[in-house]
Design a protein around this ligand. Structure first.
Ligand SMILES: [Zn+2]
Length: 320
C-alpha cells in the first residue's frame, strides 16, 4: 500500500497541472488540477472585498504564486483558469461587473497573466461549476442539465447540448432574479419578488431573523429547525421552497432538462431540501413528469474545478 502510494505520488509530481481559481464574494478557492480533474493541493483565503478590487486582484495573484511554489520541479504548470461572479466577457477576458466585489470593465485576464507569466482563461463562476459537474461530477454523460448554485445568492448554469450557455450578453442563468411573488419583497436588483429574495441562504437567514427576532442563524440551521418543528422556521423554509419551486418549474417548462443539480452551500442540507423541493416542482408540473432533482458532487468546490477544466480545454484547443 505504501509502495503504491509512493509510486502514485511520483507520477502525480510529473504531471502537467493547471491552477483553478474561484473568486467568490466571501472566499477565494484555488486548486492544482491535472487533466482528469484530480486535485494536487488547494487553498482558501477570504476575499478582501471591503478593501476594494485592487486588494482582491492582489490576493488572486498571491494565491496562484503560493500554489505554484508547492509544485515539484518535475511537474509543469501550464495555465490558470480564473472564474468570477457577475457578468463576464470570457472572449475578451473582461470582468464586466460584479455587485459583490465592486469591479467594472476590468481586464482581469491580462492583469493576472502579466503578473504571473502564464496564460489565463477567465470565465463565469456558476457556469464553470456546472461544467465541472457535467465533465467530472453528477452530470457525467448528460447533455441537458440545470446546475443551481444555492448559496449566499441563487444562480444557475444553463447547460444544453453538453455546453454551458451564456446567452447574448453573458447573463443567461440568472435564476435568482426570476420574479415568483408579484408585489413581493424588494430585491437588491431593483425588482420585487425575486426567487433570491426568498430562497438564498442570506434570505432564509434574514427572513428568519425578522420573523423570530433571532439573528445570525445560518440557512442550514433554519432548515434543521423547520424539520424539528419550529413553526417560524417552517414558514420561512416553506416560502423558500415555494419560490425556488416556481423558478424551477419555469425552467423545466422552457428547457426540459434531464436533471437539476443543486450545488452551493445549501446543497449540503441534502434530503431536507431536495425532498420538499422535488414535491413542489412536481406539483407545479401537472401534465408532465419532473426531472430528477439531486445534489452536485463537488458542493462548494465545483467552481475551482470548473476553472481548471476551462484552462485545460483552452490548452487542448490551442487557444492559449
Ligand atoms: Zn432580483
Amino acid at each position: 500500500m505504501t509502495a503504491m502510494r509512493r509510486r502514485d505520488d511520483r507520477e502525480a509530481a510529473q504531471r502537467d497541472l493547471v491552477v483553478g481559481v474561484d473568486v467568490g464574494g466571501t472566499t477565494i478557492k484555488a486548486a492544482l488540477l491535472d487533466s482528469d480533474g484530480l486535485e494536487y493541493g488547494h487553498s482558501e483565503r477570504p476575499t478582501p472585498r471591503d478593501v476594494g478590487p485592487d486588494a482582491v486582484i492582489a490576493t488572486i495573484i498571491r494565491t496562484i504564486v503560493e500554489l505554484r511554489a508547492r509544485i515539484s520541479e518535475a511537474a509543469r504548470l501550464r495555465a490558470v483558469g480564473l472564474v468570477v461572479p457577475g457578468v463576464v466577457d470570457a472572449q475578451q477576458g473582461i470582468a464586466v461587473y460584479a455587485a459583490n466585489i465592486g469591479w467594472r470593465e476590468l481586464p482581469l485576464r491580462q492583469i493576472v497573466a502579466e503578473a504571473i507569466g502564464l496564460p489565463v482563461v477567465l470565465d463565469h463562476d456558476v457556469r464553470a461549476a456546472g461544467l465541472a459537474e457535467l465533465e467530472w461530477g453528477a452530470g457525467r454523460g448528460l447533455h441537458e442539465v440545470l446546475f443551481v448554485a444555492l448559496g449566499t445568492g441563487v444562480a444557475g448554469a444553463v447547460i444544453t447540448r453538453g455546453e454551458a450557455y451564456a446567452g447574448a450578453t453573458g447573463r443567461a442563468g440568472e435564476l435568482g432574479h426570476i420574479p415568483v411573488f408579484p408585489e413581493g419583497e424588494w430585491c437588491a436588483c431593483g425588482q420585487r419578488g425575486c426567487t433570491e429574495t426568498y430562497a438564498s441562504g442570506a434570505a432564509i437567514s434574514r427572513r428568519y431573523a425578522a420573523a423570530s427576532g433571532i439573528s445570525d442563524v445560518p440557512a442550514k440551521d433554519v432548515i434543521s429547525r423547520a424539520a424539528a418543528g419550529d413553526p417560524v422556521a417552517q414558514g420561512v423554509f416553506s416560502d423558500a421552497i415555494t419560490a425556488l419551486g416556481r423558478a424551477l418549474v419555469n425552467y423545466v417548462l422552457l428547457m426540459d432538462p434531464e436533471v437539476i443539480l443543486i450545488g452551493g452551500g445549501m446543497g449540503a442540507s441534502g434530503a431536507a431540501l431536495l425532498q420538499p423541493l422535488s414535491r413542489e416542482v412536481q406539483a407545479g408540473l401537472a401534465w408532465r413528469p419532473a426531472p430528477t432533482i439531486t445534489n452536485g458532487r463537488f458542493a462548494g468546490d465545483a467552481g475551482r474545478r470548473g476553472a481548471g477544466l476551462l484552462a485545460w480545454r483552452a490548452l487542448q484547443e490551442s487557444r492559449l
